[in-house]
Design a protein around this ligand. Structure first.
Ligand SMILES: Cc1cc2nc3c(=O)[nH]c(=O)nc-3n(C[C@H](O)[C@H](O)[C@H](O)COP(=O)(O)OP(=O)(O)OC[C@H]3O[C@@H](n4cnc5c(N)ncnc54)[C@H](O)[C@@H]3O)c2cc1C
Ligand SMILES: Cc1cc2nc3c(=O)[nH]c(=O)nc-3n(C[C@H](O)[C@H](O)[C@H](O)COP(=O)(O)O)c2cc1C
Length: 659
């Protein structure tokens, strides 16, 4: 069996290794749908990092689909800008293709969120939009109300319209090749138009385009034939499918095996296997941290057994060793790593050079997948790190991620840095949040930072709560305070023995009864949503989740995979959620509150877990250390409690700001 480092041939295209980068929207195109310098940065860093093959994010084949609708390949005028990009990628020996797309129902995700429903309102059959976008209706109640009030239905395409759309794909494919791409990949996954023709849920036609699986493949087969005619014999044509739509009434793997065989017969050169429907099962596409590594690899494995063309696999793979294992086990011919290469584009080269320890591993947070949470100067916003001209002596208080990242970057730039940490471990809040349900992966970030600091010989002194005199004695040019934040409980509940903080509930540092009410829908990052899963899975009886906000987990709104997983947990475990609630009192018997109708309610409970806002440690420490160094800087949560990305960003911004 081949290894990940081995080359592979697709049609006649030679690919130097089997690391792949799948199409990932960057929202960085200009209003014409052309790549900008930020887009080029994002693709160039990955090509430089050694990936064998990459597919450019979904580009629209409709000439009009631009002006904020992402990449566009529907216009000849866009070809030179894309040629510039492919020339840059080719310098590194990487093959690059483009994913072409005609929105169809998937457009609702984007258009719908902006309140524009019409442009994407087409499909094989006239089904109701409400059910077809059930995930969004579930997550955003206002969405469902809008759709129901308008009684929105998908417009069924006529035979002539179908033919016209296929011509758009052919013209788009021609432009792709004219722009220097090595291959073209049709987006037929995730609920796009071709995908909805394949799907029994969306396609109820009785003409040649619907009925049996073979007939549901007719649209894509004809499209591929027209594309081949337009681009000639040489460039490979690939198709991305959702081999499991992850809904009971959509295509499952048994159906997709038939589809794959049909595609092979139609002359498709490679099948890129994905899963999920954005409007119904987004957790298959934007896969949350709670899922297992490589959780969908059985799908390409099954397809690969049925066809003789190369098959790509994808999904939650953040370790090149695992990718190599999958290749060697014959589960896929190419392993696509999306978020891992956004997190560390140098993953392939680091793997080939035996620098595994240096690979930043994706934590699956889904919080920022253009410029990764690890580093705001990566990917689209890539900026080279340069040495400092004036070297300084710097003391950092706090070995959370902010303190560690600042020290790492400062040392790389040539400064002398020491870290003093009050507790007996590094990572700050990270070990705590990693103890939440299925969030162990977040510790990968701490492990990486710790390894890098060791390699750079940055001393980290644990159990050191420095006094003013001690800071003064070390004579720093700059004192960096990265001391994080503290959980709080409102004054009126502070002395109640049965009210504890989120931190205490995770650490079990205070007694907790079995019957629990959780307060906090949104405050500090995401309130108690993940405390529900954490305590629920530990066997606590979650009697209710409540808070003053209108929407549950609003801060996770753009994070469909993660939010839907959590909302489904609430639904499946029948945990009652009270929005717009007002907490009145907590007694020995339970929790008294006003519900959204201003009616008083009481829930029997042993403990209230308060997941509220936190207070920053910075201001008090700044006052304490005033005058001990010419410059005092606050970074991370100690400036203002926020999140991982902001903590890391503060660190980088400060460390890069020194001359
Ligand atoms: C339950 C929970 C879940 C979370 N989940 C997420 C999530 O999913 N995604 C996300 O983005 N964010 C999440 N967060 C937020 C995230 O953990 C923080 O924003 C981030 O860890 C802040 O990093 P920091 O280094 O600024 O502070 P901290 O992690 O708090 O580190 C501060 C360090 O300073 C030390 N210290 C304090 N005082 C001193 C002193 N005087 N001298 C020396 N050392 C001192 C502390 O011991 C600590 O080690 C979550 C937070 C919590 C509580
Ligand atoms: C930010 C983001 C954008 C994405 N955009 C696309 C896209 O344009 N087309 C597509 O087929 N899949 C898209 N996907 C899905 C990815 O190609 C990939 O299948 C998914 O991220 C799972 O792989 P990973 O766990 O290695 O990231 C996107 C995923 C993310 C996280």
């Amino acid at each position: 069996m081949p290894k990940i480092s081995d080359p592979i041939t697709i049609r006649d295209m030679e690919v130097k290794n089997r690391f792949g980068y799948p199409p990932c929207l960057t929202s960085s195109s200009d209003l014409e749908g052309r790549p900008t310098q930020r887009t080029i940065n994002g693709y160039e860093v990955k090509a430089r990092g050694g990936v064998g093959i990459m597919t450019y994010e979904a580009a629209q084949v409709d000439p009009w689909a631009k002006g904020g609708m992402g990449a566009n390949i529907g216009n000849d005028e866009n070809i030179p800008a894309y040629k510039n990009l492919t020339d840059i990628v080719h310098k590194y020996g990487t093959k690059i293709g483009m994913q072409i797309n005609k929105m169809g129902m998937i457009g609702y995700t984007f258009g719908g969120l902006m309140g524009i429903f019409a442009p994407a309102n087409i499909g094989p059959s006239s089904i109701g939009v409400g059910h077809a976008s059930s995930a969004f209706e579930f997550m955003i109640p206002a969405w469902g109300e809008t759709i129901r009030s308008k009684d929105l239905k998908v417009k069924e395409l006529t035979i002539e319209e179908i033919s016209g759309i296929q011509d758009l794909y052919a013209a788009g494919a021609k432009r792709v090749i004219q722009a220097g791409f090595d291959y073209v990949l049709v987006h037929s996954a995730h609920g796009t138009l071709p995908c909805s023709f394949l799907s029994p849920y969306f396609n109820h036609r009785t003409d040649k385009y619907g009925g049996t699986i073979e007939k549901r493949c007719q649209f894509i087969k004809e499209t591929v034939a027209k594309m081949r005619e337009a681009i000639g014999d040489i460039p490979p044509i690939m198709v991305r499918i959702s081999a499991d739509e992850l809904v009971h009434d959509g295509n499952r793997i048994e159906d997709s095996i038939v589809i794959a065989k049909q595609l092979e017969k139609a002359g498709v050169d490679c099948i890129d296997v994905s899963q999920g429907i954005i409007l119904r099962s987004p957790f298959g596409i934007t896969i949350p941290t709670y899922c297992e590594y490589g959780c969908y690899i059985h799908l390409p494995e099954a397809i690969k057994k049925a066809v003789n063309i190369p098959v790509m696999g994808v999904g939650n793979i953040n370790d090149p060793r695992m990718a190599d294992e999958f290749i060697q086990q014959g589960k896929a011919d190419i392993i696509n790593m999306g978020r891992q290469l956004i997190c560390d584009p140098d993953t392939p080269n680091k793997y080939f050079n035996d620098e595994i320890d240096d690979i930043k591993r994706c934590i699956g947070c889904l919080q920022s997948c253009g410029t990764c949470v690890y580093d705001i100067y990566s990917g689209l916003d890539y900026k080279e790190l340069t040495p400092s001209g004036e070297l300084k002596k710097i003391v950092v208080l706090g070995a959370g991620i902010a303190g560690m990242e600042a020290a790492r970057v400062l040392k790389l730039r040539g400064h002398a840095v020491d870290i003093y940490e009050k507790s007996n471990k590094v990572g700050g809040l990270m070990p705590l949040l990693a103890a939440e349900y299925k969030k162990e992966r977040f510790m990968l970030m701490v492990d990486w930072l710790e390894t890098q600091l060791k390699k750079l010989n940055v001393p980290v002194y644990l159990n050191r709560d420095l006094s003013r005199e001690q800071v003064e004695a070390s004579n720093p040019d700059i004192l960096v305070i990265a001391a994080g934040s503290e959980a709080t409980i409102p004054v009126k509940l502070k002395d109640k023995p049965n009210v504890i903080t989120q931190d205490e509930s995770i650490l079990k540092s205070k007694p907790m009864g079995k019957n629990v009410v959780i307060w906090g829908l949104n405050a500090f990052w995401k309130g108690g949503l993940e405390t529900v899963t954490t305590l629920g899975e530990q066997g606590y009886n979650i009697k209710a989740l409540m808070g003053s906000n209108t929407i549950v987990g609003q801060l996770l709104m753009g994070n469909a995979g993660r939010r839907m997983y959590l909302l489904r947990y609430l639904r499946d475990k029948k945990i009652h959620v009270y929005t717009k609630a007002k907490l009145l009192d907590v007694t020995e018997e339970g929790v008294k509150f006003l519900d959204e109708n201003q009616e008083e309610q009481f829930i029997e409970a042993d403990t209230l877990v308060y997941c509220g806002s936190r207070i920053a440690n910075g201001k008090a420490l700044k006052e304490k250390f005033e005058g001990t160094a010419p410059e005092i800087v606050l970074i991370g949560d100690c400036k203002r409690p926020r999140d991982i990305k902001e903590a890391m960003a503060d660190a980088q911004k400060f460390a890069r700001s020194l001359k």
